[in-house]
Design a protein around this ligand. Structure first.
Ligand SMILES: *[C@@H]1O[C@H](CO)[C@@H](O)[C@H](O)[C@H]1NC(C)=O
Length: 215
């Protein structure tokens, strides 16, 4: 048993966490309009892109310190869209769907995510309290496991899946005025099922903006 527990600890510490790597805006007719990134994206680098919120207070920051302002590079620009567009985002499951051996049943418990915003241009959600307010949800909650994604082939819980990122998708409302809208992808991943007693509040977030053109 001790050996098993040690193995589980080793497995856990090898895993990276998850964040949004890329977003696409597609017209209702299915034409790709643009590709965009989260704030300050530097590439697929766990240490730079992960933001972990563990046992927060209501005033804890919702976005990592390098994602609190709409900062983008020419290599990794802000997403552009039109009202009513289809927004699709990709993230790696990094083993949380296919490898994790978590208590109480030593299986993955990848949790849920939702997309949040204020619904108004040029305003940000900044605190965990705002994240927990269902009025700020634009889409979700969705299961983190999209039913297809896997970080690799031949893993214990993703048998038959090929290596591919997880896909998140939602529609922008039709009635948006022109402006920059801030969004947050908030993944609730408490490691043990949320219904278990003592499950902590544990989130990971990616903060990003969408320039919506309604001209
Ligand atoms: C957005 O488009 C993609 C690609 O066509 C599709 O898979 C997805 O279901 C669409 N999103 C929604 C919310 O319908």
């Amino acid at each position: 048993m001790l050996q098993f527990v040690l193995l589980v600890v080793l497995l856990r510490t090898c895993l990276a966490h998850s964040w949004i790597d890329v977003l696409y805006a597609t017209s209702p007719e299915g034409d790709l309009r643009s590709e965009g990134y989260i704030r300050n994206y530097q590439g697929h680098i766990d240490a730079l892109e992960t933001f972990h919120i563990l046992n927060p207070t209501t005033t804890s920051s919702l976005c990592s310190s390098n994602q609190q302002t709409p900062t983008y590079s020419s290599a990794y620009p802000m997403l552009s869209a039109r009202p009513g567009d289809n927004i699709t985002a990709l993230y790696e499951e990094n083993g949380h769907v296919t490898l994790d051996a978590l208590a109480p049943d030593y299986r993955p418990h990848p949790g849920y995510y939702a997309w949040l915003w204020t619904g108004e241009p040029n305003t940000d959600l900044t605190t965990v309290e705002q994240m927990l307010d269902v009025d700020n949800v634009i889409a979700g909650p969705f299961t983190f496991d999209d039913g297809k994604c896997a970080v690799a082939e031949g893993n214990p819980f993703g048998v038959g899946r090929s290596k591919q990122p997880c896909v998140a998708t939602f529609w922008l409302p039709e009635d948006l005025i022109t402006g920059v809208y801030s969004l947050v992808w908030a993944w609730h991943f408490p490691k043990i099922p949320a219904c278990e007693e003592g499950a902590p509040l544990e989130f990971y977030t990616s903060c990003l903006d969408i320039y919506v053109d309604n001209s």
